[in-house]
Design a protein around this ligand. Structure first.
Ligand code: TYD
Ligand code: MG
Length: 479
């Protein structure tokens, strides 16, 4: 039988299908399959070939090895996410939506590295030299001794990089624009992106320069997403943010040379990306005191405490099943919290549409946010503002118990630093060990059950929907 010459590859996850179909078997996405030519592989050694190979030496785990000398960019927020700077010979993938600021960030970083005396090369496959120059002018880095090229042919790029003697950092913007002429597929397809990334990565390892690949994430699946590259690179950073907001968050989802829970916060300004040293102040900047439905969460992003405002809005449902609309948090977690409030604390919120928003566009993944979300919901339900000088944190369990979370002291210190005077947090369980050292002047209200949070809201509440809010009415009567 003749070998098939074409195959269908999912542009989202890379699964290969012999025939076209609407839905990918691998990831379940629709309309992501694209036809690609089967690569003509160089014939390898025959099965069972044991001759001709070189003996690989096995060594002990213990041995001399020095930590890699890193190339710091001087952009603190970027260096921290990288784990201390670029590692020579490593490949870093920077993904993100088009227009989010990847080229801007990398041009700024490249200029800094070039200024520090390391040979730095920036290969733009998307923009012409003139456009990159204009951006550099706008960013105020046009004087940096950076090597700039506009090229998309991998063969040309490889040949040029081979010539380089002491390149320290090479940026390829973007990996979806480069192509290898020996492949039959269009630039940006899975086979092209993979082959080009592998070739560039091999050269980076051989020559010892740090390589940055820029990759767009597209929902349409017309371009191969960075996901197909994740296993080929040493670190994957995602640049996220909402174009409606001025700030951007750089997050590592994979890092062989550092932690993956660090974030870098930037603000997009007229003159490029500015570092945000104190994200809490930024996220709370537009907070208005004395409104119901708002609570401040003392969160943690990596090693850094971040305070954010959680906003909730309840409105009587128009019938049918009530809406649950969440921005920046997990919808499933909200449903769980509503169920706990209903069945353990006798709050009836179920008939309302619930809208939840993490102000400023940050995405929170910590369960520690439960308590702040509950406070915002209770505040919205009773139309009573949370005490404006209080932060909340703690995980809520299914029986309504408030569970301990990590780094209590760090969160409290950040709250005190930003002028908060009270904190509602999980009750400490006697486990021996060190006592909690809270900053001076911070009142701690330790609670063990969600009902303890409900009580102060229910007392003297102005229920928004009498008759529905049974628990609140009871609370009001008791007053
Ligand atoms: P860009 O870095 O080109 O995004 P990406 O490479 O991720 O596609 O950034 C594009 C956006 O950033 C564009 O909408 C304009 C904005 N921007 C600024 O607001 N200030 C600046 O100094 C620069 C260079 C860009
Ligand atoms: Mg770009």
């Amino acid at each position: 039988m003749a070998k098939p010459t074409h195959r269908f590859v999912c542009q989202s996850c890379g699964t290969v299908h012999p025939k076209w179909q609407g839905k990918c078997e691998g990831c379940g996405e629709w309309n992501t399959l694209a036809e690609e030519a089967v690569e003509n592989r160089v014939p390898g050694p025959a099965k069972g070939a044991s001759v001709g190979g070189r003996k690989v030496e096995f060594v002990a785990l213990k041995g001399r090895s020095s930590p890699p000398a890193r190339t710091r960019t001087g952009i603190e927020e970027l260096d921290r996410v990288l784990g201390g700077g670029f590692v020579p010979g490593s490949v870093v993938l920077v993904g993100g939506d088009p227009g989010i600021g990847k080229s801007t960030l990398l041009l700024q970083a490249a200029a800094r590295v070039a200024e520090s005396g390391k040979r730095t090369l920036y290969v733009s496959g998307e923009e012409a030299i003139e456009q990159v120059r204009l951006r550099a002018l706008r960013l105020g880095v046009s004087g940096a001794p950076l090597g700039l090229a506009a090229a998309t042919s991998l063969r040309d790029i490889l040949a040029s990089l081979e010539e380089e003697r002491d390149a320290g950092l090479v940026i390829m913007d973007s990996i979806q624009t480069v192509w290898l002429d020996s492949l039959d597929s269009a630039p940006g397809t899975v086979s092209q992106v993979r082959a080009c990334a592998a070739e560039l990565g091999r050269l980076a390892k051989a020559k010892g320069f740090a390589l940055v690949l820029v990759g767009h994430v597209t929902k349409e699946g017309t371009l191969a997403g960075p996901r197909v590259l994740e296993h080929m690179v040493d670190a994957t950073l995602y640049f996220e943010g909402d174009r409606g907001h001025q700030f951007r968050i750089l997050r590592a989802t994979k890092n062989r040379f550092g932690a993956t829970d660090e974030i870098g916060v930037f603000e997009m300004t007229e003159a490029g990306l500015a570092e945000v040293r104190n994200p809490s102040a930024l996220f709370l900047a537009e907070r208005r005191g004395n409104v119901s439905g708002s609570a401040v969460f003392a969160g943690l992003e990596g090693t850094r405490p971040v305070l954010v405002e959680v906003q909730a809005l309840l409105s009587p449902s128009a019938g049918g099943s009530p809406r649950r609309q969440v921005v920046g948090w997990d919808t499933g977690r909200l449903a769980m919290l509503l169920a706990v409030l209903e069945s353990r604390c006798r709050m009836t919120l179920g008939m309302n549409d619930v809208y939840l928003n993490i102000a400023g566009g940050l995405r929170i993944n910590e369960p520690a946010a439960d308590l702040a979300v509950a406070a915002a919901l209770l505040s919205a339900a009773t139309d009573r503002p949370c005490p404006p000088d209080t932060v909340f944190f703690g995980e809520v369990g299914l029986s309504g118990e408030i569970r301990q979370v990590a780094q209590t002291e760090l969160r409290l210190r950040e709250a005190a630093k930003l002028g908060f005077s009270a904190a509602t947090l999980p009750r400490r369980v006697a486990r021996g060990g060190r006592a909690l050292s809270a900053p001076d002047g911070l009142r701690l209200s330790e609670i063990g059950h969600l009902a303890d949070l409900v009580a102060p809201f229910a007392a003297g509440a102005r229920p928004r929907a009498p008759g529905k809010a049974k628990a609140q009415a009871e609370g009001a009567e008791a007053e």
